[in-house]
Design a protein around this ligand. Structure first.
Ligand SMILES: Cc1ncc(COP(=O)(O)O)c(C=O)c1O
Length: 285
């Protein structure tokens, strides 16, 4: 596999990262993941804009990563990923320098890494729906930045796995926020509701696409707090993300939600998203 590392394209196995890299020492870095359908990266610009936002928030010396769009295209070609599905992963850290908590000397190069790999869609989850857990949010207060500091997400997702669930939803002060790698949506009385963008959630690209789809389909959409105490007031729940697309939530802590079947609005949004991506038509008979 050919990957990109600091301006060069190399076999992935030949890349080595310094033990002084601040990504390794401090999780002082950002990442992003773009989905690729039949060789076409989906919403690359939005992902790279989010990286610029993250890099600016972390006060990196460079915040413009638009060139990574071409890097992605080349990695897709060189790795023979022009058909089928794939993902491209980008990671940028504050670079390698002797360990200090404060920033390294001005001019320290960022470490920039990207790779592409085949991706198998979670077709069964999208078709049948998944079980989720609700867990206390133990993350930091800048979840709007997509940093590689994901320990709380790792622990929460592992807890889901160990309990037969696909995802854990973080709860803070009684509000359902988002999953470990997904945003959360509900359907209530015909309207789609998702938590507002704050420092406690990531501005998901799929979330934004789903909001756009709602407007295109004339489905009422509200950004509003979703309370744990009001779970049963919803008609449908779903999680959305780059790798998850639109996935129905049909059980919570193992207990079937309503009929335990994916709802009609979730199915509509699934279909509309797959029409946009040109990907597999999950949810269609
Ligand atoms: C915490 C978190 N929320 C939401 C998402 C979904 O974002 P996107 O749709 O951009 O993949 C992710 C993606 O990994 C995430 O890590």
């Amino acid at each position: 596999m050919i990957a990109y590392f600091n301006g060069r394209y190399l076999p992935k196995d030949e890349i080595s990262i310094s033990p002084d890299d601040r990504g390794f020492l401090f999780a002082d870095g950002i990442y992003d993941v773009v989905r690729v359908y039949e060789g076409r990266p989906f919403e690359t610009r939005a992902h790279l804009d989010r990286m610029a936002y993250g890099a600016g928030s972390l006060r990196f010396e460079t915040t413009d990563f638009l060139y990574l769009g071409e890097v992605a295209e080349r990695l897709i070609r060189e790795n023979g990923l022009t058909s089928g599905q794939a993902t491209v992963y980008f990671q940028v850290t504050r670079g390698a320098a002797p360990r200090t908590h404060h920033f390294p000397p001005p001019g320290t190069d960022l470490t920039v890494y990207a790779c592409a790999r085949p991706f198998t869609p979670h077709a069964e989850d999208m078709e049948r729906g998944v079980n989720v857990l609700l867990v206390p949010d133990q993350r930091w207060a800048r979840c709007d930045i997509k940093t590689v500091g994901l320990t709380a997400n790792v622990l929460a997702n592992q807890r889901a796995r160990e309990n037969g669930a696909a995802e854990s939803i973080f709860v803070r002060d009684g509000a359902l926020l988002e999953g470990t790698h997904t945003n959360l949506f509900a359907v209530r009385d015909g309207a789609v509701i998702t938590p507002p963008r704050t420092n406690h959630i990531l501005g998901g690209i799929t979330r934004q696409v789903v909001i756009r789809i709602c407007s295109e389909l004339d489905i009422p959409l509200r950004e509003a707090t979703l309370l744990e105490s009001e779970i049963d007031r919803a008609d449908e729940w779903m999680i959305v993300g780059t790798t998850t697309e639109v996935t129905p939530v049909v059980r919570i802590h193992g207990r079937p939600f309503r009929s335990g079947e994916p709802g009609p609005v979730t199915r509509r949004l699934q279909r509309a998203l797959s029409e946009k991506t040109g990907g597999e038509r999950a949810g269609q008979a």
